[in-house]
Design a protein around this ligand. Structure first.
Ligand code: KG4
Ligand code: ZN
Length: 363
């Protein structure tokens, strides 16, 4: 059994400045000793989305205090750490550089090993913050910038089964919510509005229905919903449209995941089958419930991160760092910030389903 790893994690790739201290024991048990998140939502809200320049400045202003608070709340001095893990990409590069540089400074000053963490690997391990989930597992990673299905075989070993050809699911939630006049970030606002709504009142396109493979597409749905948003007037109609949008996104996530489950089950015959959903959209109750039912129908166990670790946080970065440290994987102090950094680089090169866009090319 390896020694426990106590890691300071730093996350600054989008609009949250976050720091956390996580201890991973040799038997795989995980303790979150602190997790601090400073959201910049108020600063970006007037613009209806994240403004990279504002984000980078806000990270610079708060990273020092947030990291200090995480250490205080954990009740530890820097001498008690085994290493520092910082998100090195993918994401808004100005922000990534802030957290990564801060992490390098701590590592240099305290002679600690540095782990440059892929933000997506953080999401991939996030469910392990709440429960012991052994490798391998099938992962649906659904956030504001990403929507992909991955076979996760072990630390840093991911194989992409499918990815979005246009928008990420969270991006679709956000853009449709914006078209409906809901506040940023749109996903949670749309979920609240959809409560008690009739998802059957409005027909929305069923993209890729019956199509082979595990790719996603949300642009047709986005356009159709935005058009409908211009016609709805009453609160009832708005609620029903929100429910229809949530239903359509959920349906596609479930349909594509079920395809991936069939493929994955075939490849992992005779082994325990596990399905994990992670990322901001995994906070959605309708999405979680539908995926849980799909997993059960295909003989998979189901897991999702505790709600606090669905959206961006540093505890998942610290845990990804701790798992790497335990395997002896560290990075040099000149590790670069990477705006684009696919988890499965081979698949991304062979089949770049993403066309460059505001967020899209990150995946
Ligand atoms: O993982 P995350 O914090 O950031 C990225 O790495 O992208 O995910 C944020 C995304 C946003 O698009 C947000 O609208 C969506 O997750 N989201 C939700 C919910 N909570 C967050 N979407 C639907 N329902 C929710 N409850
Ligand atoms: Zn994220």
């Amino acid at each position: 059994m390896t020694a426990p790893q106590t890691v300071l994690g730093l996350e600054t790739s989008c609009d949250e400045t976050a720091a956390a201290v996580v201890r991973r024991h040799g038997d795989g048990r995980v303790e979150v000793l602190s997790s601090v998140i400073a959201s910049q939502i108020a600063e970006h809200a007037p613009y209806g989305g994240v403004v990279p320049e504002i984000a980078a400045r806000a990270h610079v202003e708060s990273i020092d205090a947030i990291a200090g608070q995480a250490m205080r709340e954990a009740g530890l001095g820097y001498g008690a750490l085994s290493g520092v893990a910082a998100t090195a990409g993918p994401g808004l590069v100005g922000g990534v550089m802030v957290g990564l540089s801060f992490g390098k400074a701590v590592a240099l000053a305290r002679a600690l090993p540095l782990v440059a963490v892929n933000h997506l690997e953080g999401h991939a391990v996030s469910a392990r913050l709440g429960a012991h989930i052994p490798y391998p597992f099938l992962l649906l990673l659904v956030s504001g910038g990403h929507c992909q299905l991955l076979a996760v075989e072990g630390v840093g070993a991911c194989r992409r089964l499918g990815s979005t050809m246009d928008d990420a699911a969270g991006e679709a939630f956000d853009k449709i919510a914006k078209a409906m006049g809901l506040p940023y970030p749109g996903g949670p606002a749309l979920e609240r509005l959809a409560e008690g709504g009739d998802a059957g009142r409005y027909e929305l396109p069923r993209a890729l229905l019956g199509r082979k493979g595990c790719d996603f597409s949300f642009s047709g749905l986005k356009t159709a919903a935005a058009r409908l948003a211009e016609t709805v007037r009453s609160e009832d109609e708005r609620r029903d449209l929100a429910a229809a949008v949530q239903g359509a996104i959920t349906r596609q996530l479930a349909e594509r995941s079920e395809r991936a489950m069939s493929l994955y089950a075939h490849e992992h015959e005779g082994r325990d089958l596990r399905f994990v959903v992670a990322g901001g959209v995994a906070a959605n109750k309708t999405v979680r419930a539908r995926l849980e039912a799909a997993a059960a129908a295909h003989g998979f166990s189901f897991a999702a991160p505790p709600l606090a670790y669905c959206t961006d946080n540093a505890a998942m970065i610290a845990l990804a760092g701790a798992e790497r440290l335990a395997d002896g994987l560290t990075d040099p102090l000149d590790a670069p910030a990477r705006p684009r950094w696919p988890l499965d680089e081979a698949a991304a090169l062979a089949n770049p389903t993403h066309t460059p866009g505001r967020k899209g090319a990150k995946a």
